[in-house]
Design a protein around this ligand. Structure first.
Ligand SMILES: Cc1cc2nc3c(=O)[nH]c(=O)nc-3n(C[C@H](O)[C@H](O)[C@H](O)COP(=O)(O)OP(=O)(O)OC[C@H]3O[C@@H](n4cnc5c(N)ncnc54)[C@H](O)[C@@H]3O)c2cc1C
Ligand code: SF4
Length: 507
């Protein structure tokens, strides 16, 4: 059986349909769930608010690309502590624009999850078959040396000098050309984003995909959900179109950690007896450090994020290499006007590496922003977590000098723009960073519909089923009970695969 895909231009009148299962959101978690359910013979409808993109539609200019592929043009931010955060709006969700890093959640962190959230079957051993199946399907493998490019290999070399562990990032990429443009969409179609991997596979297994459909409400009666209501929305402008109504035996929400809680709240505060919907929002704040080398680094060549170090995972941070369009990277450079222009010339000799931190103590919430469909995100950056991220800046600085950088731009308020030696940089070691000293951003978010063994303390159970309803599942990264320590996508997909298989046996 082969399914279908509808795009904006196909909608000529109200959309009315029915299915065994409706999946909302085609990001990594929703796409995996839709595929698994279709493969199990279920009649699946997958709904996605964003449009599909072809390589010809990718914009290399960072700002233009963000305006087209990201919610709120990529300019969304938290309040409380102001931090930019990006979520995609596209067929494939975040996988279209992300760096494709696929890390398995370490055993120690899953044990912490189990202890904190009363989980009894979410150990690494229990998730391993799901990680393995997804890795096989997507071709997840270490980034080969021939596409690393100097800026990734310098990171490896610096770690080696310091005696710190480092490794090529494992990514869902087949045939990478090292173009460094993951952020604006992979024109080589090497990155196995969901729109060219799990979504087409779900369609081949019979799923019907409706793009440009914004789900506005989940309908319910007693302990059961019965369907969704929404509308077609025009790509990029969001202009409202015809109505959409789909009935279903079960519903899987995978709209993302910042959208799913709002959908539940708008649907009559569904699944919220615990009062945890939209609470416990956690991010991996990331900060980047730039190093300038004596010779050209040829930074435009190389896999976007090709190398990483897990040396400090237990201390609460992970180190990575990074690349993005120069216009995006330029915001990290000090100075304005002519001074900034001069500094931009350094870009050809520069590498940028980043750190993401687990930040267990830094939490927030997500609520409706007035009558808009956008979230109001409050988040507090805990001082202790900020100190940990400050230590990561010091670690990155040491790697830069070990790799031969002539100066490092730490991007920390109150410090010189550039540090010219390890001795000069020791100020980073001596002075604990404060939250307001750091330039942070985050693309990893979780916790807003967390799983918990105790229905009074969580929204869903370990298999993603809402505690309060018999046939509603949540499978996006909002179900994580805490930080996964590493990049979240792969663990989100593993949990989604397990949840979908459980649901397939019940519907
Ligand atoms: C620039 C960037 C780089 C990143 N790099 C990495 C990386 O290398 N490795 C990694 O592990 N993680 C990375 N991430 C994070 C990763 O992409 C996310 O954790 C992941 O995409 C989350 O998957 P998800 O399925 O939970 O949600 P999403 O990917 O956010 O998908 C949710 C989907 O639901 C749709 N949707 C939302 N609301 C509605 C609605 N009402 N109706 C219909 N559809 C709706 C959205 O449009 C979206 O397509 C990155 C993210 C970004 C933005
Ligand atoms: S580095 Fe380039 S070729 Fe490789 S996955 Fe990213 S965009 Fe595609």
């Amino acid at each position: 059986m082969s399914g279908s895909v509808e795009v904006f231009a196909d909608y000529t009148g109200p959309v009315i349909d029915r299915a065994d299962v409706v999946v909302v959101g085609s990001g990594p978690c929703g796409a995996v769930a839709a595929y698994e359910l279709a493969l199990a013979g279920k009649d699946v409808v997958l709904l996605e608010e964003g449009p599909p993109f072809t390589p010809a539609e990718f914009e290399l200019d960072g700002a233009l690309s963000m305006a087209r592929t990201m919610r709120e043009g990529g300019l969304r931010f938290t309040t409380g502590f102001v931090m930019p955060t990006m979520q995609a709006i596209a067929l494939g969700g975040g996988s279209l624009v992300n760096s494709a890093i696929c890390g398995r959640c370490p055993e120690f962190r899953l044990q912490e999850w189990a202890d904190a959230a009363d989980l009894d079957h979410t150990s690494r051993r229990e998730l391993e078959p799901h990680y393995d199946a997804i890795a096989g399907f997507l071709g997840i493998a270490p980034t080969p040396d021939d596409v690393q490019g100097p800026r990734n290999l310098l990171f490896r070399d610096g770690c080696k000098v310091l005696g710190w562990s480092s490794e090529p990032c494992t990514r869902n990429v087949v045939g990478c050309r090292g173009s460094g443009e993951c952020f604006t969409g992979c024109r080589a179609r090497a990155k196995q984003s969901m729109d060219i991997s799990y979504v087409p596979a779900a369609i081949r297994a019979g799923a019907r995909v409706y793009t440009s459909v914004q789900v506005q409400r989940v309908r319910s009666a007693g302990r059961r959900v019965t369907g969704i209501e929404g509308r077609v929305v025009a790509p990029f402008t969001g202009a409202p179109g015809v109505s959409v109504r789909i009935e279903a035996q079960a519903i899987v929400l995978a709209a993302g950690a910042l959208a799913t809680p709002l959908l539940l709240r708008r649907s009559g505060d569904l699944a919220n007896a615990s009062k945890q919907v939209g609470e416990n929002v956690q991010f991996h704040p990331g900060t980047s450090v730039m190093g300038v080398f004596p010779d050209a680094v040829d930074a435009v060549f190389g896999a976007t994020q090709g190398y990483q170090s897990l040396q400090f995972l237990r201390e609460g941070f992970k180190l990575e290499t990074l690349w993005a369009p120069p216009s995006v990277l330029a915001v990290r450079m000090p100075g304005v006007g002519l001074e900034l222009k001069r500094k931009l010339l350094d870009m050809q000799r520069a590498a940028i590496w980043d750190a993401i931190a687990s930040c267990h103590r830094s939490r927030g919430s997500v609520r409706e922003r007035g009558r808009s469909q956008q979230p109001a995100i409050r988040w507090r950056f805990d001082p202790h977590d900020a100190e940990i991220l400050g230590r990561a800046v010091w670690a990155l600085t040491q790697i830069f000098f070990a790799a031969g950088a002539e100066r490092v731009l730490p991007g920390v308020a109150g410090l010189p723009d550039a540090l010219h030696s390890l001795d000069e940089a020791r100020i980073l070691e001596r002075r604990p960073a404060r939250a307001s000293d750091l330039v942070v951003a985050s693309t990893h978010v979780f916790g807003s519909t967390r799983m918990h063994g105790d229905p009074a303390r969580g929204v869903v159970d370990e298999d993603g089923k809402a505690h309060d309803l018999d046939n509603l599942y949540v499978v996006d990264t909002g179900v994580f009970p805490g930080s996964p320590a590493v990049n979240p996508m792969f663990t989100g997909m593993a949990l989604a695969r397990r949840a979908a298989q459980t649901l397939a046996g019940r519907v």
